[in-house]
Design a protein around this ligand. Structure first.
Ligand code: ACO
Length: 361
């Protein structure tokens, strides 16, 4: 049966680092609190837009697949912190990459965006309308971070990851998936502005950043990710012991641990890199997948389980059988321009807009 195989992978993490110790200089928090409550040690702050991160990650993924931008016939950009509403971020990424043969669109399922995109891209290939899909998860979340709110400003970071999906007749690729949404509780994690419901005459900075009922999100993330992953495994007819690696959305290491426990999965089979990057929303899974491959954590024929949860509230999971190749075919020389400002200078517009962090005021 025609399916879609991941033939290329890549990431682009901006170089500026914001560590927990840096945050201690801004808000009433501590490295110890952030580490024990979330698992995060540092995150990246981007000096470029999400589209530029996406283009570099995409070019690296294409090189790994031995493909060029002209080969892409569908570009899917999963993001909730893209450059603009019109044109779409996908439009800007197409321009940066010169992927002129690609249809292109954004996909906003927040942190579940990559899993949603994997299902959409695979089914476009299965349906026969497309042959080569570039799926990118990219975020510049620091734009939405209010450093007067210690509940949220320690959690998020910027970055991009990408995969190339190509048509295959092999018994590989997506074996089963499960996607879901509960819009009735969408308000527990939100960024209200940039939509049509805001009153433009009374723009309130409080409505321009990420607000969240952390404990509610936490509880629902553990339940929904676990249930969804179990449903996907059942649909695929794959036993838990046959899963080689779970690559979960990286929002909080305690959510990841609780999800793995709920499933009954050994912690050695769970990929975690949240300590380095924090929550980069749609980018966490493709970045983690790229690093897992680089570290030799995935072998030919392995069953990889993806699971995510995010704003909406969305969730999704996918059971994927890896193909024969775990090494890139080629390397791209695509790079970001070097930053011209340090991390604190990059955060200055946030301080000006949302207000000075407690320790700077
Ligand atoms: N530093 C120090 N103390 C803090 C901080 C901080 N950065 N943030 C909150 N606290 C305080 C609170 O004020 C509270 O103090 P109080 O008891 O005096 O009122 C105390 O710590 C405990 O707060 P809780 O909210 O109970 O802490 P909790 O253990 O639930 O952890 C957290 C908070 C990390 C936000 C957790 O709830 C969580 O991870 N939730 C899920 C968040 C998430 O994953 N969101 C994104 C998912 S969707 C997406 O990715 C878009």
């Amino acid at each position: 049966m025609r399916s879609a195989e991941i033939t290329g992978w890549g990431k682009c993490m901006p170089p500026n680092v914001l560590s927990n110790h840096d945050l201690e200089q801004l808000v009433d928090t501590s490295d110890e609190w952030i580490t024990t409550r979330t698992g995060i040690k540092e995150r990246r702050i981007s000096h470029v837009e999400a589209s530029e991160l996406a283009a570099v990650a995409g070019l690296r993924a294409l090189a790994a697949a031995g493909k060029s931008p002209e080969d892409v016939d569908l570009l899917l950009v999963a993001t909730c912190s893209g450059d603009s509403i019109i044109p779409s971020t996908a439009s800007v990424v197409q321009k940066h990459m010169q992927a002129w043969n690609a249809a292109a669109m954004d996909l906003n399922a927040a942190c579940s965006g990559f899993v949603y995109g994997l299902v959409v891209g695979t089914n476009m290939i299965r349906g026969g309308t497309h042959q080569t899909v570039l799926l990118v998860g990219t975020e510049k979340l620091h734009h939405l971070m209010d450093f007067t709110d210690r509940n949220t400003c320690v959690l998020f970071g910027d970055g991009a990851g990408a995969v190339v999906l190509e048509a295959t007749d092999g018994e590989i690729g997506l074996l089963a998936s499960d996607l879901g949404m509960d819009g009735s509780v969408g308000h527990i994690l939100e960024v209200p502005v940039d939509g049509t419901m805001g009153d433009r005459g009374e723009l309130n900075p409080r409505h321009c950043g990420i607000t969240m009922e952390g404990q509610e999100v936490f509880k629902r993330a553990v339940t929904k990710m676990g249930e969804s992953a179990a449903r996907s495994l059942e649909k695929a007819g794959i036993a838990l012991e046959d899963v080689a690696l779970l690559i979960p959305h990286q929002a909080n290491v305690r959510i990841i641990d609780a999800t793995a426990r709920r499933l009954g999965l050994d912690e050695g089979k769970v990929y975690v890199n949240i300590h380095s990057y924090g929550n980069t929303s749609a980018a966490t899974i493709p970045v983690a997948l790229t690093e897992a491959l680089e570290e030799g954590r995935i072998s030919a024929g392995d069953i990889v389980l993806f699971a995510a949860f995010g704003g909406g509230l969305t969730w999704g999971s996918a059971v994927y059988r890896w193909g024969a190749r775990t090494e890139p075919l080629d390397e791209s020389d695509a790079e970001l321009p070097p930053p011209d400002r340090d991390t604190m200078e990059l955060l200055r517009p946030n301080f000006d807009f949302f207000g000075l962090p407690e320790k700077l005021s």
